[in-house]
Design a protein around this ligand. Structure first.
Ligand code: NDP
Length: 402
């Protein structure tokens, strides 16, 4: 029985709050705060409608540390679940320290002015969280999040040693729009246009953004082109599972998405440095976000499935080389029917609820800053099966041929 404060009333926050309300034995009181209070109120109304649970709502600029601290002192939650944007991570971590509240998020800190997805800013809080006797759980979404838990589950139950890991993120959904992103457009485009980096034999290998492409046949979706990208869990996995010699991350994109993105990039609309426009500084990518569809608005029209998982090759518990594929398939329309949000928000919001459940029930505990792969995967994996993201493990004939 725990009081929770969720910060961020976007698609992910909406799913997490709905799923928490469906588990009143774990989450006894839920509060939701975000920059725009009316968005919190709309989510609260949907939660009341679907579950009968009341949640209280607050307008909050989470970059204002004293204001966030004051709200924490007023509500006195046991945990803050940060589902705002990566830019807010450090400010919310500071407020949690000031008010002595545990912390959790789904995406690592990024400075506004440079697209750098690195953990060092948040890992630097290690001593402060330890000394305060507080836990900070980083990256409890799907990727990062479930994909890291999938990896530790494979390691715990199937492998003596993992040599290579490929994380495959496929969204086979169609939202019917010419161009839209399934989560925050600014974060999504910063991620996609960043230089691709993977980990190989103890070093980072860099390739130009979207320059390495492979086709892969995804169950329940079909063949799709996927592109090598940098993703933040590579950094934490190579740190906590140093035996893995190669870690790569792949994401699928349709040809129309790539064409639009290329044009937007070519004309400068994905720039994150300010430009002067009619006497005022604007950041082109932030302006682009303002004219693109809100991810939360794509729910009613999105059809199809996501298939996200990990392929690991290594030495099995039986001493033989093996390749295992562990994945979840999620249906956009089912996700929308249950929570009013499409599957990309659903596959992030459900693990956010589960990570919060791990902390408030004490299944995962310990002072300090933790990445999700540092905890026992089993109770998290059980909850995935029970709360809408069932997974399966399949043995492949051999390692990937690329
Ligand atoms: P949205 O943009 O839909 O929602 C973000 C919400 O945060 C908005 O309601 C926004 O308010 C609010 N917000 C922004 N700035 C502040 C602030 N300073 N103070 C308070 N609230 C603020 O994003 P998503 O729901 O799609 O994503 C949420 C988070 O989840 C992001 O960090 C994203 O990177 C992460 N994510 C993680 C994934 C994973 O698998 N690990 C996958 C997908 C997303 P307003 O509406 O007023 O702007």
């Amino acid at each position: 029985m725990s009081k929770i404060l969720v910060i961020g009333a976007g698609g992910v926050g909406s799913v997490a709050v709905h799923k928490m309300a469906m588990n009143p034995d774990i989450f006894s009181q839920i509060s939701l705060a975000s920059r725009t209070k009316s968005k919190c109120d709309a989510i609260a109304a949907s939660v009341k409608d679907r579950t009968g649970v009341d949640i209280d709502t607050y307008g909050l600029d989470a970059d204002d540390v004293p204001a966030t601290t004051a709200l924490l002192n007023q509500i006195k939650p046991s945990l803050v679940v940060n589902l705002a944007l990566p830019y807010q991570d450090l400010n919310i971590m500071d407020a949690c320290l000031a008010a002595c509240v545990h912390y959790m998020d789904t995406a690592n800190y990024e400075p506004l002015d440079v697209a750098k997805f690195e953990y060092h800013w948040q890992w630097a809080y290690q001593d402060r969280y330890k000394h305060a006797g507080l836990s900070a759980l980083l990256g409890s979404g799907f990727d990062p999040g479930v994909t890291s838990v999938f990896t530790t589950y494979l390691k715990k139950h199937h492998f003596d040693r993992i040599d290579t890991l490929d994380i495959l993120d496929c969204n086979g959904g169609d939202h019917g729009q010419a161009f839209a992103t399934n989560f925050n457009p600014e974060i999504n485009i910063r991620e996609v246009t960043a230089v691709a980096r993977h980990w190989e034999n103890g070093a980072w290998v860099e390739t130009p953004a979207m320059s390495v492409k492979q086709s892969f046949d995804f169950e329940a979706v079909g063949p799709k082109n996927m592109y090598l990208m940098y993703h933040e869990e590579i950094e934490s996995l190579k740190t906590h599972l140093p035996e893995i010699k190669r870690i790569r991350f792949w994401m699928t994109f349709g040809d129309a998405y790539i064409t639009h993105l290329n044009v937007l990039q070519a004309v400068g609309m994905t720039r994150i440095d300010p430009v002067m426009y009619e006497g005022k500084e604007i950041v082109p990518l932030q302006f682009l976000k303002a004219v693109l569809p809100e991810p939360a608005s794509l729910g009613p029209t999105t059809k199809g499935k996501t298939n996200i998982g990990c392929i690991a090759t290594g030495v099995g518990k039986d001493g033989k080389e093996k390749t295992l594929y562990i994945y979840n398939i999620c249906d956009h329309e089912d996700a929308y029917a249950e929570t009013g949000n499409q599957a990309v928000s659903y596959t992030t919001g459900v693990p956010a609820m589960i990570g919060a459940a791990m902390l408030v029930t004490g299944k995962w505990s310990g002072s300090g800053v933790w990445n999700i792969e540092q905890f026992d995967p089993d109770p998290f994996m059980d909850m995935l099966n029970l709360h809408g993201l069932p997974w399966q493990v399949k043995e492949l004939d051999g390692p990937l041929q690329f």
